[in-house]
Write a protein that binds this ligand. Sequence first.
Ligand SMILES: [Mn+2]
Length: 349
Amino acid sequence: MKLSFRWFGKEDPIPLSYIAQIPGMHSVVSAVYDVPPGQVWPEESIRKLTEECKAKGLVFDVVESIPVSEDIKLGTDRRDRHIEAYCENIRRCARYGIKCIVYNVMPVFDWTRTQLDKEAPDGSTSLVMYAHQLRGLNPFTDNIQLPGWDTSYTQSEVRSLIRAYEKLGEEGLWNNIEVFVKAIIPVAEECGVIMALHPDDPPYPILGLPRVITCEKNLDRYLSIVDSPANSLCFCTGSLGSAAFNDVPSLVRKYAALNRIGFMHIRNVKILDDGSFEERAHLSSCGSLDMYEIVKALVEEGFDGYVRPDHGRMIWGETGKPGYGLFDRALGAAYLNGLFEACTKEIKK
Ligand SMILES: [Mn+2]
């Protein structure tokens, strides 16, 4: 596996030199964050990221993410133009050494939480999703501002998007996804890039918005749209693992054996009795996921893709982007290194 770390570019308070000091660190996961979805990234911006990472002994070879525009997901008359721009971005990234590109097809909002700084008994804080804080909210009558959501939308824009997706429905969304995937995968194959689909987070509908990348049946459906290793998963243990119906270690084993995982996001979550969940430290005993079984499945199936510690808690007084502090993600990386070393040595015996 190739260990990696997400970095948000010059806006990120964590210097690349600190990331380079994490043992075993190989790749930087980043993106051009100042270009709206549907538009082409300037080559200069990609080149700059490549050079900045190289100067610190790191490799920028994973992009997270090239966002899929709402026009593509809704299939509007701007779709074809946006897909063409998307394909051009794949070509440009490949030109600068990118091997893996993450994306997702969640409508309107990316990941959803109800609080970003929930304090645990030990004083650390983390992202949580409490069902009771969402229950009863009506997006058409209530003023809804969940933390982390794209604040560039007005309430009325959000409402009309939700209406558009209601009209589209799950099957309509699947159709538009199919058009998109069939267009981009041949380009990715040509460029030697793996497209890695991130599951919906959490893996169930939110506020009436359809979410389809949620469970084994739907992951299978997605991967069957184009049967190619270039059409792979960014398997996020915390996203799929925040619903009890997903058996994460067995899903990891299945898709790793099929060679359809390009990138692993590894983090732990604790599912609570009412279906709510809290992001926890990476250690198995801190959450609901068995990290040893997950890593063991990867090693035994010969996984050689990218891995990153996903969200961490805020600890030791660190402040910054919720989920993306240095300290707890570095602890996560060290823990994952230990699991991979142990599982790799075990298999050689
Ligand atoms: Mn993730």
